[in-house]
Design a protein around this ligand. Structure first.
Ligand code: ZN
Length: 261
């Protein structure tokens, strides 16, 4: 079987015995794959110590006929994203996005848009030019579109009244209907999620247009909080479970001072 070569991001890294590592990569050409890196733990010389979590690499793997697990043959560093791993808050956000991609995607299913989005957002978080909170909103809004679970923010999910015709300042969000509910209809729906019109407009703006432009969007602190709360709750609902990394992220938020956006 021929070797497989692709740009890849390290989503997971697990020790395997005393010498080896098992890595889950999100690759440009094949989506999610798992590979064993033999002797990577025993000697950093084998792969130059570059097989770190979140790193962007160029990898070459060989397939084994008997198992799903590939064997990592070569790895070259494209971007270590060391700025992410050096900062607890950045690590918490990157872990959440990496786990979401790992949980959501099927092995060997190419998803080029999602790969490019993850690379872009990791670059942003690593460089620190845009806060990790806004980077996460950008990722999550676009992720829902790519994953086919885009929330309906354009009209009431019950009476279909369009957003610009809704008079109230705030609307509810109904998880089971995957969309907003106008105040008139909200009496029939139980929801703890509520969004201001300003937050909705900012979320829609981030979703459309170029990635670079979307990253420059100025959010108010209230919109960041509401947007993240919505998107984290929404993706957890669709995944059917709360991921470990999201619990960790929420813990970090509690312990930290209020973030500066
Ligand atoms: Zn309605």
């Amino acid at each position: 079987m021929p070797n497989f070569a692709s740009p890849a991001i390290v989503l997971r890294r697990t020790d395997y015995g005393d010498y080896d590592l098992i890595l889950t990569f999100f690759t440009l050409k094949k989506g999610k794959i798992s590979a064993i890196a033999k002797s990577a733990k025993k000697s950093t010389k084998r792969f130059g110590g570059i097989l770190e979590l979140f790193s962007a690499l160029d990898i070459v793997c060989s397939a084994r006929m008997d198992r799903d697990l590939m064997v990592l043959q070569e790895a070259g560093l494209k971007n270590s994203f060391s700025g992410i791993r050096a900062d607890l808050n950045k690590t918490a956000y990157a872990s959440y996005l990496a786990e979401l991609v790992n949980e959501w995607t099927e092995p060997d299913a190419k998803q080029e848009d999602l790969y490019l989005l993850l690379c872009h957002v990791f670059e942003q978080i690593d460089a620190g030019l845009i806060s990790e909170e806004i980077s996460a909103i950008l990722f999550l809004m676009r992720f829902t579109s790519i994953a086919g679970i885009r929330p309906n923010l354009l009209k009431c999910s019950i009476c279909r009244l369009e957003l610009d015709k809704i008079k109230e300042d705030r609307v509810a969000f109904d998880l089971s209907r995957s969309g907003i509910i106008c105040q008139k209809c909200a009496g029939r729906s139980v929801s703890r999620l509520s969004l201001s019109m300003g937050t909705i407009k900012q979320l829609l703006w981030v979703e459309s247009g170029g990635l670079k432009k979307a990253g420059k969007m100025k959010f108010t602190p209230a919109a960041v909080k509401e947007g993240l709360d919505l998107l984290e709750t929404f993706t957890t609902y669709h995944l059917g479970k709360e991921m470990r990394s999201l619990k960790f992220l929420k813990q970090i938020r509690k312990e930290n001072r209020p973030p500066v956006y």
